[in-house]
Design a protein around this ligand. Structure first.
Ligand code: JHZ
Length: 408
């Protein structure tokens, strides 16, 4: 693990640490009981750069440890199919892509997004560092290169496969430590008339909704539009459009092209709102940390109280963020019997740190709990709809963010 002493973007050294969530294990390091003894806990500190305003974490864990064998499969979440289908349709339409155009996705995971482009007649290519997930994508007919993306890899792939009209990177840009090398690769690989499209969780939403559990070792940077615009300028590229999307608690989709372009009104408007929200001030993050402490005490009080009253409580969705929430609030098997999750890979394992068993949904439906702690609050609307029968029979959801409350 490397401790960051300089800002990833501007190299400034005045980093203000506003919250510590560790020591904590990696959020996707689900484990077997025999691995508990050797489990690794890392410090986890979020910082604000007093020079350029960039928010980032101070600890960089070797990506090979984090991603080689990866537990997150995009396709396990139905709402992501809907989201990526509409994303692919919107991009094909917006850029009038002819059939057979090459679309590449970096950090393509199990190929869920590329499958949607393929369904629309595009040629697709994924680049994915996790061996197990890349294998899954290839087995399912999505051409995927198992590599970490960077300048060297871009040169190699470009000579073999040509230059894409569209390169997407969804929930990847925040995971990259060496952004300079990554962007060198993008600039080289992207067709000169092409568009680079990223989706990243939006810092404004993280701050407004106190989404502290999305701060974890995989997410090295927390982006707003303003620093992104400065960043892309260094490569002679500009943001041509930005859209706000509801997924993952609030995301921005950012369209970037080579050359100088006038920013759209939406770009200017979001930058204005970011300043209004105080994203450029250390004070904002100090207040955020106070709200996080409040959520922790409220949630722990609520769960203990319900448990004392004899309630059966389980976790719903063994998400990465759920593991941060459970560890930071020290919620273990004395409160939560198990976590139900749709990902086959996670079932039968223990969640990192608190060692709560992860099951499928059989037990949830055959012996419904009194309360389900919603660890995937980002899908609250879809889940409350999907679980209307559980609610009708008296089951309740505890939604922890932005302020713990009971629904149902
Ligand atoms: P979900 C992921 O975080 C991982 P996570 C990653 N690091 C990232 O950057 C962020 O997204 C943005 C389960 N589930 O999507 C499936 C159900 O059980 O919030 C998954 O295990 N039932 C790349 O892990 C988990 O929840 C359901 O009905 O915090 C997904 O968690 C649904 C919808 C999901 O992401």
């Amino acid at each position: 693990m490397i401790n960051l002493t300089k800002c990833r973007i501007c190299k400034g050294t005045d980093l203000y640490k506003f919250i510590s969530l560790g020591p904590i294990p990696l959020p996707n390091a689900f484990l077997k009981s025999e691995q508990i003894e050797s489990e690794i806990f890392y410090p986890l500190d979020a910082c604000f750069c007093n020079k350029c305003g960039m928010v980032q974490i101070a600890q960089v864990v070797d990506p090979v440890i984090m991603f080689r064998d990866y537990a997150y499969f995009t396709g396990a979440s139905k709402p992501m199919h809907v989201h990526f289908d509409s994303m692919a349709s919107a991009i094909v339409k917006k850029f009038k892509l002819p059939r057979g155009s090459l679309v590449a996705d970096i950090g393509s995971n199990d190929g869920t997004l590329l499958q949607k482009f393929k369904d629309k007649g595009m040629r697709v290519l994924g680049v994915e560092p996790s061996e197990n997930v890349a294998q899954y994508a290839n087995d399912n007919g999505i051409d995927t290169i198992n590599e970490y993306f960077g300048a060297d890899k871009a040169r190699m792939i470009s000579s073999l496969r040509g230059n894409p009209k569209i390169i997407t990177a969804t929930n990847v840009f925040a995971h990259v430590n060496n952004i300079d090398d990554f962007m060198d690769g993008i600039y080289f690989w992207l067709d000169d008339q092409g568009v680079f499209i990223i989706e990243v969780p939006y810092l404004s939403e993280l701050i407004k909704k106190v989404e502290f559990d999305t701060i974890y070792h995989e997410h090295l940077s927390y982006f707003a539009v303003r620093p992104l615009a400065t960043l892309f300028k260094r490569w002679g590229m500009s943001i041509i459009e930005v859209e706000q999307i509801g997924v993952h608690g609030g995301t921005i989709r950012v369209y970037v092209a080579k050359g100088e372009h006038e920013p759209s009104l939406a770009v200017e408007e979001l930058i204005r709102k970011e300043i209004e929200l105080g994203l450029d001030k250390a004070e904002t993050y100090k207040n955020f940390a106070k709200k996080v402490h409040f959520i922790r005490s409220e949630l722990v009080y609520m769960l203990n109280d319900l448990k004392k009253g004899g309630a059966k409580i389980v976790g719903y969705g063994a998400s990465a963020k759920g593991n941060i929430l459970l560890n930071y609030c020290n919620i273990g098997t004395d409160i939560i019997d198990y976590i139900a999750d749709t990902t086959a890979y996670k079932q039968g394992l223990l969640n990192p740190g608190m060692h709560i068993p992860v099951y499928g949904f059989d037990e949830f439906y055959t012996a419904p709990p009194d309360y389900a702690l919603l660890l995937i609050w980002n899908y609250a609307e879809a889940i409350l709809k999907k679980e209307s029968e559980y609610i009708r029979l008296g089951g309740k959801f505890i939604i922890p963010i932005p302020k713990p409350f009971i629904e149902g």
